[in-house]
Design a protein around this ligand. Structure first.
Ligand SMILES: *Cc1c(COP(=O)(O)O)cnc(C)c1O
Length: 370
């Protein structure tokens, strides 16, 4: 047997949608992007969505729109993809890590409080593996210190926890439509934002700060565009938006398919003495199924011999070379994240993964651990 780590679910509907878009005059930032923004905002129940080229760029644009940069401090978690903390570095702000809750891998609100100073301007909680961070606690801390909250929701479009959904309590939430995410167009992203003025600013910042896009200008008599802020080139395209829209209708069905598979994994692995499951918080999106084991690297290579593709999400960011060599972090600066990251393995998970394959993965892992 051979088990891939991930399969996307793009098919006939998306092919038709792309083909329709290619018949249009506009293929870059145009009416399809606008339609996607409205539909995704409806789905999330948040007034504004600005569609971008990635979650990475969305995080940077979010910080820029809030005016956060040199002299400011931003708190996030070391247990995430490097995109989160890299965006803080790229903004010019000082990065502050807060250690994690060792059972869930999520940022620990008490550790956030320890990192707050008079220079702190924002917190970026990450909804790891599709489980939401404790947003009620994060919002309370942010309100007490007058801080902004940007939710890195790359893995958690559909999640809820404690009666709160993704993006509800944050000032902004950023999303990823990268190839391995539950909804994808290869590369793509979005920012959900409650404040209308910030939405306007984000939408200009994603296109070099110019005041009108080509599609905006089309049809009228020629009008000069101007540029009033220094922005980036990071818009979504109409081609991407047309691939994404059909997937919005499948999100909940596919989340349930993944949930069933996760329940099967948990049933088969839950009481094994050498496997630690990640503690479930709220109702996750079930983006990744990650377990923790000792001698992780050895087990990864043995799983490979069983033709099972796995991934590591993640080694703690502060233990990576750039962070050690250029920024001076030491592995033990955030011991809980370091330990978590030394033991994680993400097992295959996607809507059309067969139950027999999940059983094969579980049986193989148990054999290896014997
Ligand atoms: C995937 C991911 C990102 C980056 O998303 P891109 O769209 O690839 O830029 C950021 N944060 C987290 C937590 C992610 O999982």
């Amino acid at each position: 047997m051979n088990v891939d780590f991930y399969h996307h679910t793009l098919g006939a509907e998306e092919k038709q949608a792309v083909s329709d878009t290619l018949d249009n005059l506009f293929i870059a930032l145009g009416p399809k992007v606008e339609e996607f923004e409205e539909k995704f905002a409806d789905y999330l129940g948040i007034p504004n969505v600005v569609a971008t080229s990635s979650c990475s760029m969305s995080l940077l644009l979010a910080l820029e729109a809030l005016g956060i940069g040199e002299g400011d401090e931003v708190i996030t978690t070391p247990m995430t993809f490097v995109a989160t903390s890299n965006a803080v570095l790229q903004s010019g702000a000082d990065l502050k890590f807060a250690d994690i809750d060792p059972d869930s891998g999520l940022i620990d609100p008490q550790e956030i409080e320890k990192q707050i100073t008079s220079k702190t301007e924002a917190i970026i909680p990450v909804h790891l593996y599709g489980q939401m961070a404790d947003m009620r606690a994060v919002r309370e801390i942010a309100d007490a210190h007058d801080l902004c909250v940007i939710e890195d929701s790359a893995q958690a479009i559909e999640a809820t926890r404690d009666g709160v959904s993704v993006g509800e309590l944050g000032d902004m939430a950023t999303f990823s439509f990268y190839a391995t995410k539950p909804m994808t167009c290869g590369n793509g992203g979005a920012i959900a934002v409650h404040n209308d003025e910030l939405a306007e600013k984000l939408s200009e910042l994603r296109l070099h700060g110019v005041t009108k896009s080509a599609a905006d200008r089309h049809g009228d008599e020629y009008e000069h565009w101007d540029m009033d802020k220094l922005g980036y080139k990071a818009p979504m395209t109409d081609i991407d938006a047309s691939i994404l829209m059909p997937q919005l209708n499948r999100l909940e069905k596919q989340r349930k398919q993944r949930k069933d598979l996760v329940n099967l994994y948990r049933e088969k692995l839950g009481d094994h003495p050498d496997i630690d499951l990640v503690k479930r918080k709220g109702e996750p999106s079930y983006h990744l199924f990650t377990v923790r084991v000792d001698n992780r690297d050895q087990i990864l290579s043995e799983l490979d011999e069983y033709n099972i593709d796995c991934a590591v999400n993640y080694r703690a960011v502060h233990t990576l070379e750039y962070y050690r060599e250029e920024l001076g972090y030491r592995p033990d600066d955030f011991p809980k994240a370091r330990m978590f990251g030394r033991r994680t393995i993400s097992l295959p998970l996607y809507p059309d993964l067969e139950r027999e394959k999940v059983e094969y993965v579980c049986d193989s892992l148990k054999e290896i651990l014997q």
